[in-house]
Design a protein around this ligand. Structure first.
Ligand SMILES: Nc1nc2c(ncn2[C@@H]2O[C@H](COP(=O)(O)OP(=O)(O)O)[C@@H](O)[C@H]2O)c(=O)[nH]1
Ligand SMILES: [Mg+2]
Length: 368
């Protein structure tokens, strides 16, 4: 690694979000160095306290290379917010975002900078889907189909067509980024989409093709969750933020829970259990399923682990249990008053989901 101190402040900040990418840190820096020769650059690795020691690997290099910085965040996870904070830590004229796993082609950074510096656009996007680009490195046909489907959806909401609005590889003027930053949703994975949606006036886009490489070390952190989070972003866009996304996710999980409850009840009955016992067991199973799904999806960014997980589960079951009893009471009263099962059932369900949501947000997964 070069130990030459930069004589100029950075013109380009490369933001590298990373989680468990220790083995990729040194090779990526070597590649950036080769690709950015002649440009005053720096790189900020934004690490969410990876257990594999990614931050330490960055600091080891930063100790003798002033172009390298480490931004270690604790108690938080999230690709979008990592990118936002990394970019906001920059004072350079341009900021770029590149994955920390070498799947993006760092040799495209120079052409991106040239286009932006020439005023050809406000944002340069590394695209897998324009002539000369490729998505072969996306693990599995499922991920490729998912990605294409998502792109088609996103096009419906974008001010101008962009061939790869889900790309995590782009560059823009820092000044524009700073203007848009306060309006960003900041949650989930799709920071570029978030930027394109929220820029006023819309960003002028230039697309630079690149070949998405296969991962050399480590594993992908993005799976089917990408789709749920992406759906969330679109729903939020349609509803203009009128209903909290978490509530929608929570209600969706609740529906799955109802299915789990009915299925368990049927199994219990088939095994010859009495109705009350089968229903009690089915309720506990459904609450467990709901808790687990909420912990991995709805509250992914505040996911409970270890002792906190068990404490959260106990609280969740206790309060949702109280909710279930209240719900039965409301349903019964309404049924007696109106003699309509649908009204009674629906009212009971609405009260239950609002109650459970309120408890979950304030007691179980409270923001730390
Ligand atoms: N700081 C931070 N980085 C993340 C997080 N999730 C993913 N990343 C990084 O974002 C980049 C893209 O993630 P990856 O799992 O490779 O996604 P894929 O290439 O779509 O499979 C990688 O550099 C990851 O290490 C996160 O929660 N926090
Ligand atoms: Mg990757």
């Amino acid at each position: 690694m070069s130990s030459a101190a930069p004589t100029l402040p950075a013109r380009l900040t490369v933001v590298v979000p990373c989680y468990n990418e220790r083995a990729n840190v040194a090779p990526l820096i070597a590649r950036l160095e080769a690709a950015l020769r002649g440009i005053a650059w720096e790189a900020v690795f934004v690490d969410d306290n990876s257990p594999d020691g990614t931050a330490a690997a960055v600091r080891e290099i930063a100790a003798h290379d002033p172009r390298i910085r480490c931004l270690r965040r604790v108690g938080r996870r999230g690709l979008s917010s990592a990118v936002i904070e990394g970019a906001l830590s920059s004072s350079a004229e341009f900021v770029a975002v590149i994955d920390g796993d070498m799947q993006h082609d760092e040799t495209r950074l120079k052409p991106m900078l040239a286009k932006l510096a020439a005023g050809e656009g406000d944002i340069a996007i590394g695209s897998r889907y324009v002539e000369g680009g490729g998505a072969a490195g996306l693990a599995g046909g499922f991920r490729q189909r998912l990605s294409r489907l998502g792109i088609r959806f996103a096009q419906l909401f974008l001010p101008a067509p962009v061939s790869d609005p889900m790309s995590g590889f782009f560059m823009m003027r820092r000044q524009r980024f700073e203007e848009i930053a306060p309006r960003l949703a900041g949650s989930g994975f799709k920071i570029l989409l978030d930027l394109l949606f929220n820029a006023r006036p819309p960003l002028r886009v230039v697309e630079i093709p690149f070949e998405f490489r296969a991962r050399a070390f480590g594993e992908s952190k993005l799976d089917a969750l990408v789709l749920t989070q992406f759906a969330g972003l679109l729903i939020d866009r349609v509803l203009h933020g009128a209903v909290p996304l978490r509530f929608i996710a929570f209600a969706g999980v609740g529906l799955v829970g109802v299915g789990a409850n009915l299925a368990s009840l049927a199994v219990g009955r088939a095994l010859g259990l009495g109705f009350a016992l089968a229903q009690a067991i089915a309720t506990v199973i459904a609450m467990g399923v709901n808790f687990q799904l909420n912990n991995t999806l709805t509250y992914r960014d505040q996911r409970l682990r270890g002792r906190r997980l068990w404490r959260g589960l106990a609280l969740f079951m206790l309060f949702c249990g109280i909710g279930a009893v209240a719900d039965l009471g409301i349903a019964r009263t309404l049924y007696e008053d109106h003699n309509s099962l649908t009204v009674a059932g629906a009212a009971g369900a609405i009260v239950a989901v609002v109650w459970n949501y309120a408890i979950s947000a304030t007691l179980v997964w409270r923001a730390r």
